[in-house]
Design a protein around this ligand. Structure first.
Ligand code: MG
Length: 325
């Protein structure tokens, strides 16, 4: 009996739908939940109980090809009950269409939006998938606010293009300069399961074009000064409030520019910022001692709002600003 040669092309086509080589997939970004694949449905936030009635939250992070990290938070999710201290980490792998998770003395599975399993001494846990929404999402601009972007045009921007679905792409720079203000801005990081670190949903909101409030898909990570809501090398967020990729998130930022002596050169006071991320204060009256890298100026005077292009399709919508004395 003779075997027919199988062409390499036929073999690779056959294998393609099952495993995407990580190298080829690196940088792949989905902008639409419907096209994001089965791992997207599994990743996200879960809440429920462990043992008798102890509250517990979980964040499940997609790592590509059916692999996941999961972080359990005692007493609830970050910003919603977590004590800020205790976490339990699990590694997840999909087999036969079901993600199985394992950590030290703990294991579980996710099926139909339910994360169930057992910890030490056969203590059971059961969590349900949820989608949190920022309390300031869709906030109406107050009287006197300047609407910088509402999906209809880019008239307020010297640089800026409307992307798909009436959203604002990156980079973008306002025409107007601002010094003391309240800024409301809504952003969405893409689903990039094969990417890691600074290559995963990176952008940034630059205040006065010189201090970056980081935008990054740091969902489920530690919350460092180069992750979402961090001020690079100056302050990590008080709590990591990053929602899963493709969720709409909000920053409500109060900013006061640095104050100078009449010579306009001698600095009397540092710039000060308060950032609420998805409604929770993550930087509070923080003095910004110096501009962060990547902005277009560093004189600490008034400047435009700059939305960073870091090569990832981060999107923005509903942006307004209120000038303050
Ligand atoms: Mg950035």
């Amino acid at each position: 009996m003779r075997f027919k040669p199988v062409s390499i092309l036929a073999l690779s086509l056959f294998c393609l739908p099952f495993v995407m080589p990580a190298q080829a997939a690196h940088g792949l970004a989905s902008l639409n939940a419907k096209e994001a694949g089965p791992d997207f449905v599994v990743q996200g936030e879960y809440v429920g109980t462990i043992g008798e009635k102890a509250k517990v939250g979980a964040q499940v992070i997609a790592l590509g090809n059916g692999a996941f990290d999961a972080v359990l938070y005692t007493q609830g999710l970050p910003g919603d009950g977590w004590d800020g201290k205790s976490t339990v980490r699990l590694k997840g792998k999909t087999s036969d269409g079901v993600p199985h998770f394992k950590g030290k003395n703990i294991q579980g599975t996710i099926k139909d939006g339910q994360f169930t399993g057992s910890a030490e001494n056969d203590v059971r846990f059961a969590l349900k998938k949820i989608e949190r929404q920022s309390p300031t999402l869709g906030a109406t601009p107050p009287p006197g606010a300047i609407v910088l972007f509402d999906g209809t045009n880019t008239d307020a921007w010297s640089v800026g293009k409307i992307a798909e679905d009436h959203l604002l792409g990156v980079p973008a720079i306002t025409k107007q300069k601002f010094d003391n203000f309240l800024l409301h801005i809504e952003f969405r990081t893409p689903f990039m399961p094969f990417s890691r670190g600074q290559g995963r949903g990176n952008s940034g909101v630059y205040l006065a074009d010189q201090y970056e409030v980081q935008v990054l898909d740091s969902f489920g990570l530690e919350g460092l000064d180069n992750e979402c809501g961090g001020i690079y090398k100056q302050a990590k967020p008080l709590v990591n409030m990053c929602y899963p990729p493709l969720s709409w998130q909000t920053y409500d930022i109060e900013f006061r520019a640095a104050r100078f002596a009449p010579d306009e050169k001698t600095k009397r006071h540092n710039a000060v910022v308060t950032v609420r991320h998805n409604g929770v204060p993550i930087q509070y009256n923080l003095e910004l001692t110096h501009p962060t890298p990547g902005g277009n100026r560093a004189d600490e005077h008034a400047g435009p709002i700059f939305l960073q292009n870091h090569g990832n399709p981060v999107r923005f919508r509903s942006i307004w600003i209120v000038n303050r004395p």
